[in-house]
Every structure is written in structure tokens, then in C-alpha cells.
Design a protein around this ligand. Sequence first.
Ligand code: HAM
Length: 421
Amino acid sequence: MAQYKRLKGTQDIFGEETKYWYFVESKAREIFLKYGFKEIRTPIIESTELFKRSVGETSDIVQKEMYTFKDKGGRSITLRPEGTAPVVRAYVENSMINLGSPIKLYYMGPMFRYERPQAGRQRQFHQIGVEIFGTDTPISDAEIIILADELLKAFGLKNYKIKINSIGCEKCRPKYKESLKNYYNPLLPNMCHDCQKRYETNIMRLLDCKVDSKYSKDAPVILDHLCEDCKTHFNKVIKYLDELNINYEVDPKIVRGLDYYTKTAFEIEHLDLGAQSAILGGGRYNSLVEEIGGRETPAIGFGVGVERIILALKQENIEIENPEKIDIYIAYSGEKTDFEALKLSKILKKEGLKVFLNLSERSIRNQMKHANKIKAKFVAIIGENELKTETVTIKNMISGEQFEVEKFWVPQILKEKSLLE
Ligand code: HAM
């Protein structure tokens, strides 16, 4: 048995799994570039204070889920539990306001939350996210939601539901919270421990409690309490989405678990995923940049959970090509055949083929076995005989067909054949 094991809630990604990662990451990049986004890579470690300030002291993430430690200099460091706060920090620190407004940024990478692992929930997971800084127009909210929809469609997913809400702003939210307090007050003794705690600290979270969902049925609805500005904004977003025939539903129970949201909030749920069905979450956060020390800058974005997208791809039986397939294995044996193999490998790669050159000292028989194991489509064999006659023997590993070709024709023949397979 292996001496060391990966930590609970983490994963080794290799073999057949990697094709999903290539697919999701490259599709996302392709779509983001189409919308004019630029990549940002921020550090995985940040000061703990950043997340306390942005995600919120009363959020589950800050209260229970952060990987926080002291570094050797005594600073409190946290492994990023999400991508927005670091991007906002980078936006402010690098004065990105000077790069033109609005600016569109995307990122992908690992995030860390100390949660109870289960299917679709890990301690190290991966997010792909986008953020737009510097605009508060309803059309930017609409574009972000349209982008989320286009992204999921580009992955081939069909079985999902977009849920949208507005959670108001600092003007209208306090009054709404008051009415929620009045509503929940008499129900509180029967509610779960978390809800009782959140009643004081984060009352809106009572609306999305899984344990006590029956109590939220008749709760006051935020959409009835929005101020004029938030209401007009939300209605316009909805109009844009209708114009583009986006399939969504307005769900007043969407409140999001992070404290920085204002106005539009949305989540996308995949219908075949069971308990951890949220594949994407996002919304507007108009005060966060200022909160973190920048100038007043409205912003909006979303994050997708890559592991959950991959689970959804499997649930919907979406076929994905494996880009790691080997077209040709080059086997050789005998004096000076290694030089010939090296040259052939260079030519074939130049032709755009995926080539695995034998790197070990072993018999042709064992090289063939290896080629079979790594599922090479063809093997090009160079033995002493081939060296003499300036030929190469080619074996089709799928049909078993074997033939000899003049050296000169090898690239063309292999290219044609491997394209046909
Ligand atoms: P979030 O809803 O906390 O939002 O996370 C976004 C997505 O990350 C979720 O919908 C889910 O798919 C995935 N996710 C979260 N936790 C886990 C976990 N433990 N295991 C696997 N997947 C997970 C945010 O993080 C915001 N920063 C999104 C955002 C960007 N809002 C504005 N801009």
C-alpha cells in the first residue's frame, strides 16, 4: 500500500479524466476571448484579511471553511476560497482602472474550502470565473448571464436551469431585512441551529436553508421591496434576456453565500447532480472595489465549478475526444537505427502528428507491447533491415495490418492514414 495518500477532498487528475479538463478549459478560453475578456492569474495565497473583508465575516466560508495559517513571518495567510476577492485586490493594486473601463477579466484555477467532502464537493476544487469592472448598466448583467448560458451550451450541456434574483442594494436591503426578521421571529424556535445564528448575522440566508426550506414558503419576497433604481435595473436585465430568448426563471430565494453581492444575483443548477447541483454562481458587487480600498467601481461576474461541470458532462453522456491520443509510436532496434528514428520523429511532428518515440533500451517486441499499452494508433518500425533498404515498416495497431514503405513516403502515408482513423 502506498505510504502517502492524497488529502481528503483532493483529487489526482490523470489518464482518461484529463480530456474533460482540456475540453472545459479550452472551450471556456475560446468563448471568453470571443467576448473580449483577458486572462488574469492571481496568487493562490492571499492575506486572510482580504477574504474576511470581502466574502464577509459572517459567511460560512470565513467562519468555517478557510485554510488559514501563519507563515514563517507570522502573517496570517489564506488559500483562496474563491476567485473574486483576489481579482478585485489585483484590480485595485495594479490601478487597472487605467486600462480602460469597463475591463473584462477571466481566470481559472484551484480554490480551497474546508467543507465535508461528498460527490461534487471537494476541499480543493477548481473554478473558472469572469469579472467585469467599471459598469453598472443592465446590459452588462445581461451579457454576463448570456455568456454563462453560451458557455454551458458550448460544453454541450442541456439539462440546467438559470435562476435569477435581485438582492437589492444598501438602500433597499435594510428595510427588507427588517420585514424578514418580523416574519421569521415567531418561527425561529423551531428552526435549525444555523438559522438561529444567521437570524442575527445574515438573515437573508434563512431563505436558502436546505433544512428549513418549508419556513421560507411564505416569507416576504425581496423583489417586492426593491428601491426604484434596483427595480428598474432588474426589469431591464430581464427584458434583455427575454429579447435573446434565454431560458431563465426568477427565483427570489437566490441569496448567494458570499456577502459582497448587490442587485443581480444568479445561480445555475444542473438537474442531474443531486445535492451539489449548483454548477455556476454569480452576481453584481457594486461596493466591493471600494470596500477593498479602490475607487467606487461597479462590477459583476460569475464562477463555474469545473468538477461539477465534468460530473454534468458525464451525466449527460457527452462524448469528448481525447487530445492525448498517440498517432504514432516509433520503435527501433539495431545499430544506428536510433538516429533514423530521431529524424523520423522530427519530421512526423512537423506534419502535426502526435509521436511517441521509444526512449528505452528494449526489444522491438517489448516496444510493440508498450505502444499497445499507450494505445498508439500506428507503430513505425525501424530495424537493421529497414535501415539498409531505406524503408520503414508500419503497423496499424487497430486492424493489425502491416506493410513496408519507402522512407520518403512515410510522413505522407502516416498523415493520410492517421487522419482517416
Ligand atoms: P460560489 O457560488 O461560492 O461563487 O462558487 C461558484 C461555483 O464553484 C459553485 O457554483 C460550484 O459549482 C463551485 N464550488 C463551490 N464550492 C465548491 C466545492 N467545495 N467543491 C466543488 N465545487 C465547488 C463564488 O465563488 C464567486 N466568487 C462567484 C463570482 C464571481 N461571483 C462574482 N464573480
